[in-house]
Design a protein around this ligand. Structure first.
Ligand SMILES: Nc1ncnc2c1ncn2[C@@H]1O[C@H](COP(=O)(O)OP(=O)(O)OP(=O)(O)O)[C@@H](O)[C@H]1O
Length: 362
C-alpha cells in the first residue's frame, strides 16, 4: 500500500492539511511544536486506529473542535486506487471508511495499511515489558496470516473464561470444565506454534541487520513460550493449578510469552548504550519489514519520528537506505535538514516544511 494523498482535519494544531507524499521518502521538517509529530501520529491512526503518544483520543482533537479525521487516497499492492478514512469525535465512537463504506471494523482498515513506527521511545521494544515484544511479533503475524487475529481473539476469550473460573476457585479438572480447558490449551498451542515459527523466520534476518548495524556484537533471539521449557502446557497448568487459584488468574500460556534478545550472551539492555539499543530496535523493525515483504509480496509504510535523536548520521543513513531498498514508503521528521544531509542522494523524495500546523512542499 502506498499513500498518494493524505487529508488531515482538526488533528492537534492542524486545522486542515493536504499532503501529496512521495511514494518513496517524505521528509517533514519544522521547529519544535510546529506539528511534525502530529502528521506522523495522524498517519499512525490509519495503521493502528489509535495514537502512539496518548491513550486519550480526545487529546489529539484540535482544541474547540468536535472531532478529527484522516483520509487517504492510496494505491494498493494490486495497483488499484483505494480510499481510506478514520474519524473520531469526542465521544467513544470512531468510524473507519474503505472506499466510502463506513464501518466499525478497525481490523479491516489497519490490515490494509501495514505500518511501523520508530521514535526515540522505541527502545521500549527491548527494555519495556514482554507485552511490547508480543505486540511486535503479533503485528507481523496479523499482517502475514489472515486467520491469526481470529485465533488471538479466541485465545483471549478462553483465557478470560479460565480466569473467571479461577477467581471462583473452581476445580478445573471437573468434567464440566473439560471443553473449556481443552479449548484453552488447543488455542494456546496453536498461537505458540505460529509465534515460534514466525520468530524462527525472523531471527536470521534480524541477526544479519544487527551484524550490519552493530558489528562488534553477537545477537541472538529466542521465543519464550510462557511456561516451563520442557513441559507441555497441560502439565504446566496442572503443576501451577493451586498457585493459579491463589492468584486468581492463569500464570502459564502465550499471554506470558516473551522474545528474549541477547547480546554476547547477556540481556541486551545490560550491555547496549541507548543509541545501540535504538539500532537493535531498527534491526528488528528492518527484519520485520523484510519478512513481511517476503511472505506477502506487499509494501509497507514506515514512520520515523525524530530520527536525529541519538542515532548518528551513519546509522540514520543505513536505516533509511535499508527501508527504501525494500520499496517501503518512508515518512521522516527532523528539526534541521543538516540531520539528513545524506538524503541528497535519493532521486525520489519530497520535502515538506511545517509551520504552526500548516504544511508547504519545498
Ligand atoms: N489538541 C490540540 N489542539 C491544538 N493544538 C495542540 C493539541 N495538542 C497539541 N497541540 C499543539 O500542537 C503543536 C504540535 O505538536 P507536535 O508534537 O506535532 O510538534 P513537533 O513539530 O513534532 O515538535 P517537536 O519537534 O518539539 O517534537 C504543539 O504546539 C502542541 O502544543
Amino acid at each position: 500500500m502506498k499513500l498518494d494523498r493524505v487529508q488531515l482535519t482538526n488533528f492537534r494544531n492542524i486545522e486542515s492539511v493536504s499532503i501529496v507524499p512521495s511514494s518513496s521518502l517524505s521528509v517533514i521538517r519544522g521547529v519544535n511544536g510546529s506539528g511534525k509529530s502530529s502528521i506522523i501520529e495522524a498517519l499512525y491512526y490509519l495503521g493502528f486506529g489509535r495514537s502512539f503518544r496518548t491513550a486519550k483520543h480526545t487529546s489529539v482533537i484540535r482544541h474547540q473542535e468536535s472531532g478529527f479525521s484522516v483520509f487517504a487516497s492510496c494505491t494498493n499492492d494490486a495497483n488499484e486506487n483505494v480510499k481510506l478514512g478514520f474519524q473520531r469525535d469526542r465521544g467513544d465512537g470512531f468510524v473507519c471508511s474503505i472506499n466510502g463504506k463506513h464501518s466499525k471494523k478497525l481490523a479491516e482498515l489497519v490490515s490494509l495499511v501495514p505500518t511501523q513506527l520508530f521514535t526515540p521511545q522505541s527502545t521500549d521494544l527491548i527494555i519495556g515489558s514482554p507485552s511490547e515484544r508480543r505486540k511486535f511479533c503479533d503485528w507481523g503475524l496479523f499482517h502475514v496470516e489472515h486467520e491469526f487475529q481470529k485465533l488471538a481473539i479466541l485465545y483471549t476469550k478462553f483465557l478470560k473464561h479460565r480466569n473467571a473460573l479461577l477467581k471462583q476457585q473452581a476445580d478445573l479438572r471437573k468434567a464440566e470444565h473439560l471443553y473449556w480447558e481443552q479449548s484453552f490449551i488447543a488455542h494456546a498451542e496453536d498461537l505458540t506454534n505460529k509465534r515460534q515459527t514466525y520468530i524462527e523466520q525472523l531471527t536470521p534476518i534480524f541477526v544479519r541487520y544487527a551484524k550490519e548495524f552493530l558489528p562488534e556484537f553477537e545477537f541472538s533471539l529466542n521465543y519464550y513460550k510462557g511456561w516451563e521449557k520442557d513441559a507441555s502446557l497441560a502439565e504446566s497448568l496442572v503443576k501451577k493449578s493451586e498457585y493459579d487459584v491463589k492468584m486468581g488468574h492463569t500464570t502459564s500460556g502465550p499471554h506470558k510469552a516473551d522474545i528474549r534478545l541477547r547480546v554476547n550472551g547477556v540481556n541486551a539492555q545490560e550491555l547496549l548504550s541507548r543509541g545501540q539499543l535504538r539500532m537493535a530496535v531498527a534491526a528488528l523493525q528492518m527484519a520485520q519489514t523484510e519478512l513481511f515483504t517476503l511472505l506477502t509480496q506487499r509494501k509497507s509504510i514506515f514512520l520515523l519520528d525524530d530520527v536525529g535523536a541519538e542515532l548518528d548520521a551513519d546509522k540514520r543513513e543505513r536505516f533509511i537506505d535499508g527501508l527504501l531498498c525494500m520499496d517501503t514508503q518512508v515518512f521522516v521528521t527532523a528539526i534541521e535538514s543538516s540531520q539528513l544531509e545524506f538524503i541528497q542522494k535519493y532521486n525520489e523524495k519530497k520535502m515538506f516544511h511545517v509551520e504552526h500546523g500548516s504544511v508547504k512542499e519545498e
